[in-house]
Structures are given as C-alpha cells and as structure tokens.
Write a protein that binds this ligand. Structure first.
Ligand code: AVJ
Length: 308
C-alpha cells in the first residue's frame, strides 16, 4: 500500500480488493445487468461441460485458480461426480473467508467431493500444491481473471502453469473479448454504482486495517476503455485537494484536485491474441467456445510441446 500510494502516478494492486466486504461486492457485480461476463461464461460452460469432462478418465483432479464463490464450477463438479462418484477439488483463492464459505457450501451439496483449499495468491499457492496432486489434472482459470495480468505477465504465468502440467492435462480459461467501448465501460461503471463501491472498498479497507482516514465520498469511481491497449482501467479520483493520513504506515498522502489512484486493469483479448498468447506460453487452443452474443470465450488449452 505504501509503495503504491507514494508512487507517481499513484496505484494500488487490485488483489487488495478482496477482503470479506470486497468479495461480497464482487459477487454483487456478477449479478449486475451490465456485467455480462459471468452470465456469458456460465452459458458457455452449461453448453459444454460434457465435452470437457469426457476428455478425462475417471479419477481426475480439478484445480481452480481464483475460485471465489465457485458458482460456475458446480456444473463441472456435478458432471464429474455423476460419472465417477468421486472428485478431488483444489480451489485457490486470495479471500480466505470466501474460500471457507464456498468449500462448506460445496460439501453440503456434494458430500462425496474431496476438497483441499489453498488461501493465497496464485504464485504462492502453486508452490504449495501437494506434490502428489492426482493425474490427470484439469486446471480452471475462469471469469477472465487473466485480465488482471498485463500481456507479458499473462504469458509468463501461463508458462508456469504449462510447466506444472503433463500431456493428458488441460487448462480451461475464461477470457473476455475486445468489443465496443460502450458495452465495456457500462460493465465497469454500472448504473447502481456497485462497481464504484467495490472500487472504493480498497480505501475502506485501508481505513479498517491500517487506520486510514480516507473520506470515501471524496473519491470518484472512473472506468475507461483504452482500445489500443485493449484494457479497461479503473481509477479512484480525488474530487478535492486533500491530505489523507494512514496511521499504521505513519504516512500522510497528498492528493491534488483530480489526482487519480490507478486500481485495476482488465485486459480484453481478440481471438488472434488468445492464440498468440497460448502459443507463446507453450499451449495450444484445443477447443474454443463463445457465448451466443460473442462477448466472451471459454478456451480449453492443451500443452503444445512435450515436457522436458
Ligand atoms: C475478477 C478481474 C475478472 O476484471 O472483470 C469487475 C474484476 N473489476 N468489475 C474483471 C472486476 C471491476 C474482474 N475480474
């Protein structure tokens, strides 16, 4: 937080959005009429779970990066359990509270599911996966969570995943597509102001956890689409000149009138960019499905090179 707030221009890492409150706001975003991503991905998944599951023999392990409430994952879990009678599920999420709640809810509904939950950031969590993770593996990276990485970072992370996988494994990645600016900007600046609350929660969290004195009313939510970069950028813009104290950091942060904190990037891909990104990281797009309105893609990646 200190590094970001003393940087020029100011920025905060988007992973800090997801405390208990932030995770709730995000769940609410997923229900918004403007936020088409979740519904589009669910539509695709519902149409193709069987196709995904048939590629795996009995006894597969499901690993999910950024599992959140795991609402969409239920389709896959249900299908695997119907067929195999058992399944090992390893959800990884930065929000411990969300992870615990979703694991409990899943066990209530699927008593034969075996869950090993890992709370942490992706990179860290991957290092903590048990050495005997079952084979074959299906790794899920849904919801366009890839969008928070810049393009070189996305390649680098996909390469790390590739290094963990064998030829019988698969990676199922949900990726939001480039599209009309109006559709994108509405999805990240909804009429009810839920995304604005989600964005401001990062300041509320500094207040709660670090003794910050941010007045949330003095920061405006801003979302803009940079069509060249293919990314939505979110900011919190100071509406007045002000100085904000943060006790635990022993820091006073000065804001000029209209000065912004960059809080999130959400990258969008063309179909060609998906192919290029996969290829650059040692994957091949085995299957690709779009929703009816062609707003979102679900991609089944398989390794393109034999492992050394
Ligand atoms: C969780 C990163 C996929 O970028 O669409 C939603 C986060 N931010 N609305 C996204 C988010 C504002 C979301 N991801």
């Amino acid at each position: 937080m200190r590094a970001g707030l003393t940087a020029k221009p100011k920025r905060l890492p988007c992973r800090f959005f997801y405390d208990r409150e932030g995770s709730r706001f995000f769940e609410a975003i997923c229900e918004l009429p403007e936020y088409y991503l979740t519904r589009a991905e669910l539509e695709i998944l519902a149409g193709h779970v069987a196709e995904v599951v048939t590629r795996f023999p009995c006894g597969a392990t499901l690993i999910e990066l950024g599992s959140g409430s795991a609402a969409k994952t239920r389709l896959l879990i249900g299908r695997f359990l119907d067929r195999d009678g058992r399944l090992r599920y390893i959800p990884v999420d930065i929000s411990r509270t969300m992870l615990e709640a979703s694991a409990r809810a899943l066990l209530d509904d699927f008593p034969r599911l075996e869950i090993l939950a890992v709370a942490g950031e992706y990179q860290e969590a991957l290092a903590h996966l048990p050495a005997d993770v079952g084979r074959p593996k299906l790794i899920l990276w849904l919801g366009s969570n890839i969008g928070n990485l810049d393009r070189p970072e996305a390649v680098e992370f996909l390469r790390r995943l590739r290094d963990l996988t064998a030829s019988e494994d698969r990676l199922l990645v949900g990726i939001d597509l480039r599209k009309d600016r109006r559709v994108l900007e509405a999805a990240y600046d909804d009429a009810q102001g839920v995304t604005a609350q989600f964005n401001r929660n990062i300041l509320a969290r500094i207040n709660r956890e670090l003794g910050g004195e941010f007045d949330l009313r003095l920061f405006r939510h801003r979302a803009r689409y940079d069509a060249d970069a293919g990314r939505i950028e979110m900011y919190l813009v100071s509406e007045v000149p002000q100085t904000v104290r943060i006790a635990a950091l022993d820091l006073a942060v000065r804001f000029e009138d209209g000065e912004a904190i960059h809080t999130e990037n959400s990258y969008k891909y063309s179909l060609a960019e998906i192919d290029e990104t996969a290829a650059a990281a040692g994957w091949r797009v085995e299957c690709q499905w779009l929703d009816r309105e062609r707003r979102f893609s679900l991609n089944l990646f398989v390794t393109s090179e034999p492992r050394l």
